[in-house]
Structure formats: C-alpha cells, structure tokens
Design a protein around this ligand. Structure first.
Ligand SMILES: CC(C)(COP(=O)(O)OP(=O)(O)OC[C@H]1O[C@@H](n2cnc3c(N)ncnc32)[C@H](O)[C@@H]1OP(=O)(O)O)[C@@H](O)C(=O)NCCC(=O)NCCS
Length: 203
C-alpha cells in the first residue's frame, strides 16, 4: 500500500467543517478536492472510515488511491456528497457530480449506497433531486449525464423518474466485475430540469 504524507497537525474530526446540503431525511456532506486534501492529511484511518461511512477497509484504500492519483485535471473536477441519515447520523452512501468540466458546463452523475439495509427506501432519489438542483442552480451546469448498466433497475428508474432522456448505448463501455458491459447514456439539460423539477415536489 502506498504511504500517505504524515499529518501535519492533529486536528479533531469535528474541526473539519464541510459544506452540506439538506433534504427531508438527509444531510449531504460535500467533499471536493480541497476538502479531500484536508481530510486525508488530517484524519486517522478510523476517523476517515467514520467520515465516509465505510465499513470495508478496501473502500478506504480505494478512496485514498483516487485522492493520491488525482480525480482532477486542469479542466475537470468534482463534487461529491456523502449521505448521512438525519435520524441516526449514519453515513451510508454518496452521490457525486464528477467529471465536471466547468468550461463545458457538464458533469456526470454517480451514486452508490454501501449498506444494503438502506436501499429501496427512496433515499437516493431524494438525494439526487437535491444534488441536481445544486448542480444546475449553483454549479452552473447545463447538462448532467449518467451512464447506467442495462440491468441496473433501480438506477434506470432514478434516471427515468427524474426526467433524464435516454440518448444511446455505449457498447462494452464499463468493466463490471471483470466483464465489459454496455452502458445506457442518459442526459438531462437545464431547460428540461427546469420543467421536470416542478413535478418532483409532488411525489
Ligand atoms: C442505485 C442505488 C443507488 C439506488 O438507491 P436507492 O436509494 O435504493 O433507490 P430508491 O429507493 O431511491 O429507488 C429508486 C427507484 O428504484 C426502485 N428500486 C429500488 N430498488 C429496486 C430494486 N432492487 N429492483 C427494482 N427497482 C428498485 C424504487 O422502487 C424506485 O422506483 P420508483 O421511483 O418508481 O418508486 C442503489 O441500488 C445502489 O447503491 N446500487 C449499487 C450501486 C449502483 O448501481 N450505482 C449506480 C451506478 S449507475
């Protein structure tokens, strides 16, 4: 495993303040490149596991690997939001706007829940609505895209229910557990978001 730079100064976890969005049942803690630097150079592995809501040390190793090897370039960056249940304080997943090209005003939507007991309770649909609103209204996005496996029923439902348009199919696009699978391409443009968001609150 690669060695991390030594923490320069021991701060307590509570001192690291992250901006956050809020939904009815969730707090969505923001992590961006600057915050990631602060987290990884300040917190211990145990504190990081708690912050990200990871239970498997491999998840933390992957997260460190991404941070060390860079998720940004001179023209591409990201914002990621960690889902925290208000009622329990439990962190159980993330929703991100990654591959964000500010110049082209587009970003890719991604999401994941790492606790089976938290799935199929409407949490991700709730989080994605708020993240999309932030993306279009605060990050200046004109287009959000998503690449979804043809058999990923819950994810396809989220894209369809939130007003994304199916735009095509990328063949053998994504390595899923060692198998190259197709991805269905979805896109949501700002004017479409403006129209569809009016229906979101009625659900
Ligand atoms: C995709 C994922 C984030 C969905 O999160 P979730 O909080 O369970 O989803 P929701 O409860 O908001 O449900 C969204 C929709 O999918 C439906 N759904 C949820 N689980 C389902 C399942 N196992 N099978 C079929 N439909 C399902 C819900 O009924 C809902 O449909 P509706 O809007 O018509 O009511 C979660 O399943 C997950 O983490 N999967 C693994 C990672 C992944 O696939 N990420 C996406 C990559 S593109």
């Amino acid at each position: 495993m690669q060695k991390l730079p030594k923490p320069t100064e021991k701060k307590k976890k509570a001192e690291i303040k992250t901006p956050a969005l809020e939904t009815q049942r969730l707090i969505l803690k923001e992590v961006n490149p600057k915050i990631a630097d602060e987290l990884f150079t300040t917190l211990s592995d145990n504190e990081l596991m708690t912050f990200f809501g990871f239970t498997d040390p491999d998840d933390l190793r992957l997260e460190k690997f991404k941070w060390q090897n860079g998720m940004t370039t001179y023209r591409m960056t990201y914002k990621r939001f960690f889902l925290t249940e208000k009622a329990t304080g439990k962190v159980f997943g993330s929703c991100s706007l990654h591959n964000w090209y500010p110049e082209h005003r587009r970003s890719e939507l991604g999401y994941d829940i790492n606790d089976e007991t938290m799935k199929n309770k409407g949490f991700m649909k709730e989080a994605v609505k708020t993240v999309l609103t932030f993306g279009f209204e605060k990050m200046g996005l004109n287009r959000v895209e998503a690449f979804i496996g043809p058999a990923n029923e819950p994810s396809l439902r989220i894209a369809n229910r939130l007003g994304f348009t199916e735009e095509g199919r990328l063949r053998e696009h994504y390595n899923k557990d060692g198998e190259l699978q197709d991805s269905i391409v979805f896109g949501l443009l700002k004017p479409e978001y403006e129209k569809v968001k009016k229906t979101w609150t009625k659900e």
